[in-house]
Design a protein around this ligand. Structure first.
Ligand code: GAP
Length: 508
């Protein structure tokens, strides 16, 4: 199965089993907007809770906030979003389709990368066991040529983007002979800047409505509450403020399912530190956030850091934690050392002193900030693509099993009476009633036990508990493990501890 087929399977499984639906599905959907179904909402809540627990509950010096989505319009002036939160766009005059100009160039680069991969695959077949990939890609003249080509294009794109030189970006598209994927023509408009913020009106027009924005990131809700929280919470630097919530971006190219959406959710934390200590804290959070990912038990090779060499003007260090999605390694989370840019700018625009008096050094300063920012929907997609597994069983049948980390699975346990009679449903309900206050349980009595196991596998339930005639005699049940399919017989009183142990995070 190639990457594209695999990704298609994940998206259709997500729909078929109530994880993710296109928004307004009965009206054929709304581009890059999605709804989470009955299983999706549980998975999403569990991811959010797992993050909140690790960031807020497990850190004495991090507290939460829930700021409104609507904010004073000056916030976005101060943050730089009004002037600089732009993407370069270009239209094809024949197809009337709009593209992100830089993405057209990146797609062109991806095609050259594909050519390299094809050369590698061919050589692998030719040389067999003796094949040395590293040596091949550094010496094969064709591959070396492709790599140089990529380097040159990437450099030109970087320079044009950095200088905000829209004419140069267009020139690059023309020089590379990039055609519109729909019309196949090179009939392009000029490249223009497109602001990604959604604007709307607050108040009625009669009373002089103000233009305001749907927030494009949750971070600014933290910065504008810095002083309120520091004072009322008597917080001492270093301390953090965490927030989860919706963000909105009018993405020009929204694709890859829930990877890039127009309405999405972020989980962000801003950590306020003494100036001069920020790079130590940056290192700390870079490691700590990767540990959080690994605590879910996902193999380390699925993650990698991508340190930014070229930094935004306000940052003095930045890295992405990338995840290997079905379409390659892509950004899942960003960790940025944002200096005192945001607080200084809000201080200037609001006229309020956003400072901290440090009793240890007897001085006042504007704290520096380390930000950790992860997309909840992207984390959801990472979990979906990690979990989706097709297996051939010993009896020749096949199953699709979602191997979610147990802590995140929508349901922790399924309660299944073997048959719908002989008092088994009543006993099953009795057992379930003891578990539901602590765990998400699902009761199922319809169809054969085999079919019910398959349905639970497809939504990733880690444990299935089967109640049979013996249960009525000695209160024992069978517990089936989703991944190994092994079954053990235990006393029903042990279920609480068995489930607890199963869903406990891995200690790193
Ligand atoms: N406050 C910093 C900030 O917003 P960002 O890199 O633009 O930085 C942070 O976004 C994270 O939010 C990304 O790593 C990604 O996981 C998620 N994200 C950004 N744009 C997104 C989109 N259009 N759809 C889904 N997730 C997105």
């Amino acid at each position: 199965m190639n990457q594209e087929e695999f990704f298609k399977k994940i998206t259709s499984h997500a729909k078929e089993y109530g994880f993710v639906f296109p928004s307004s599905d009965i009206y054929d959907g709304l581009s890059a907007v999605y709804d989470y179904g009955q299983n999706g909402v549980e998975l999403k809540n569990n991811i959010r809770q797992y993050w909140w627990k690790a960031m807020v509950q497990m850190h004495e010096n991090i507290v939460g906030v829930d700021a409104a989505i609507f904010m004073h319009p000056t916030v976005w002036k101060a943050s730089g979003h009004v002037d600089a939160f732009n993407d370069p766009m270009i239209d094809n005059k024949d197809s009337k389709k709009r593209y992100r100009a830089d993405v057209l160039v990146e797609d062109h680069i991806a095609k050259i990368e594909d050519k390299i991969n094809k050369e590698v695959e061919k050589a692998k077949k030719r040389f067999g066991d003796a094949f040395d990939k590293e040596q091949f890609v550094s010496t094969n003249p064709r591959v070396v040529g492709y790599k140089q080509e990529i380097e040159t294009i990437s450099h030109c794109l970087y320079v044009a983007m950095e200088n905000n030189d829209l004419a140069d970006i267009k020139q690059l598209i023309e020089d590379l002979g990039i055609v519109c994927p729909i019309s196949g023509s090179r009939n392009w408009t000029d490249v223009r800047q497109f602001n990604l913020m959604f604007a709307t009106q607050m108040g009625s027009l009669a009373e002089g409505a103000n233009e305001i924005y749907l927030r494009p990131e949750t971070a600014q809700g933290i910065f504008v509450n810095y002083l309120n929280i520091q004072k009322t919470g008597r917080m001492k630097v270093p301390f953090g403020i965490a927030q989860t919530g919706k963000a909105f971006r009018n993405e020009i190219v929204a694709r890859q399912f829930i990877f890039r959406m127009r309405e999405f959710e972020q989980m962000e934390m801003q950590f306020f530190v003494r100036p001069g200590t920020e790079l130590e804290w940056f290192k700390h959070w870079k490691e700590e956030r990767l540990r959080w990912h690994l605590s879910l038990g996902i193999p380390a090779e699925k993650y990698r850091y991508h340190d930014h060499e070229k930094l935004a003007h306000y940052a003095n260090a930045a890295t992405d934690i990338e995840f290997e999605f079905p379409f390659g390694f892509k950004e899942l989370e960003g960790i940025h050392s944002r200096t005192d840019f945001d607080l200084s700018s809000h201080s200037k625009f609001s006229g309020k002193k956003l400072q901290y008096f440090d009793p240890e050094t007897n001085e006042s300063y504007i704290p520096y900030v380390i930000e950790t920012s992860i997309g909840l929907d992207r984390m959801f997609l990472a979990m979906l693509s990690h979990a989706y597994t097709e297996e051939k069983l010993e009896d020749g049948s096949e199953r699709v099993v979602m191997k979610f980390p147990a802590a995140l699975a929508p349901y922790k346990v399924a309660i299944l009476p073997l048959v719908k009679k002989d008092g088994l449903p009543e006993k099953a309900r009795e057992i379930m009633d003891q578990l539901t206050p602590d765990f998400m349980c699902q009761y199922e009595e319809k169809d054969s036990i085999g079919k019910r196991y398959r349905r639970q596998d497809a939504i990733g339930t880690p444990l299935c508990v089967t109640i049979d005639n013996q249960t009525l005699e000695d209160n024992t049940v069978t517990v089936r493990d989703r991944d190994t399919m092994e079954q053990i017989r235990v006393n029903a009183d042990e279920l609480y501890n068995i489930i607890r142990n199963k869903i406990a995070p891995k200690k790193i």
